[in-house]
Design a binder for this molecule. Structure first.
Ligand SMILES: [Zn+2]
Length: 284
């Protein structure tokens, strides 16, 4: 109820303003959905952008609902960088967000990325794996899409954005090389609670075995099967992420004598975080 009223007020109050920049700072207002995108936007945009992230640290893009104060930011932004791969937050909110600011340019960061389809029987977008940002190769494509968005809304700064983009793409290339070096050829499978690492696994020839089933805790039968599978595959480590509950992961870990290791798919410090994750996977 409240949400509807707020949106109505925002719609009415932004109706006749068309100032594309965040008035008080003179910076280009850029909105992103998740923290790694905020990192990318700041790397390309430097001090010329003011970045707002919709899904705050610790929140899950699969369930988060924006606060009214965040929706206010939308009304003054020039650019919204949507992940575009079907994260639930965007499926539920993008129409409302874009309707609040008709002048805002909206770009799809998943453009050019080959999506991994989840259940082939599900033809809707929700059947695809939305975690596209978790490989350096995909991150480079996301950066390129965001760069295109930035030069569209702020063409005067093209040279500056181009230089920043080149530097960051180089960092991503170095990251990719380091991950390849870090992962031993003997590593083929990782067990994870939440299946965030599909794109990482595709890039580096790994396979993830998820505990969670379609966003839900597994049934006791699922758990029994996973325990058998983990024993077969000699799983020593189960990777869990801070955004999701890990009860069944603990049960399985106890049963097979594995340990739980925390890896965060949504940390802002993208390059360092992904390298840390690769080292943790490599230790398995
Ligand atoms: Zn996820």
């Amino acid at each position: 109820m409240k949400k509807g009223l707020l949106l109505l007020i925002l719609l009415m109050s932004t109706g006749c303003t068309s100032v594309p920049q965040s008035g008080s700072t003179g910076k280009i207002g850029v909105i992103v959905s998740i923290l790694p995108q905020a990192e990318f936007a700041e790397k390309i945009g430097g001090d010329r952008v003011a970045v707002t992230v919709m899904i705050p640290p610790g929140a899950s893009p699969h369930s988060y609902e924006p606060a009214p104060s965040q929706l206010t930011q939308v009304s003054t932004a020039s650019l919204y960088c949507a992940v575009g791969s079907g994260i639930e937050f965007e499926l539920a909110w993008m129409d409302r967000i874009t309707s609040m600011n008709k002048d805002m340019v909206v770009i799809d960061c998943s453009k050019g990325i080959e999506l991994i389809s989840g259940d082939p029987d599900r033809k809707d977008h929700s059947g695809t794996d939305p975690h596209i940002w978790l490989s350096p190769g995909n991150a480079a494509k996301i950066v390129e899409n965001m760069y295109q968005g930035l030069i569209a809304v702020d063409p005067d700064s093209t040279e500056y954005y181009t230089k920043n983009r080149e530097e960051y793409l180089q960092e991503l290339q170095t990251l990719d090389n380091k991950i390849r070096e870090a992962l031993p050829a003997s590593l083929t499978k990782i067990m994870v609670y939440h299946p965030s690492w599909g794109y990482f696994c595709r890039a580096y020839g790994l396979e993830q075995i998820p505990i969670e089933k379609e966003g839900k805790e597994p049934t006791p039968q699922d758990i029994a099967q996973l325990i058998d599978l983990a024993r077969e595959e000699n799983i020593r480590v189960i990777f869990v992420s801070p955004q999701v509950n890990t009860q069944s992961a603990e049960v399985i870990a106890r049963e097979i004598g594995a340990k739980l290791v925390l890896v965060d798919p949504l940390e802002k410090d993208y390059v360092e975080n992904l390298l840390r994750v690769a080292y943790l996977f490599a230790e398995v």
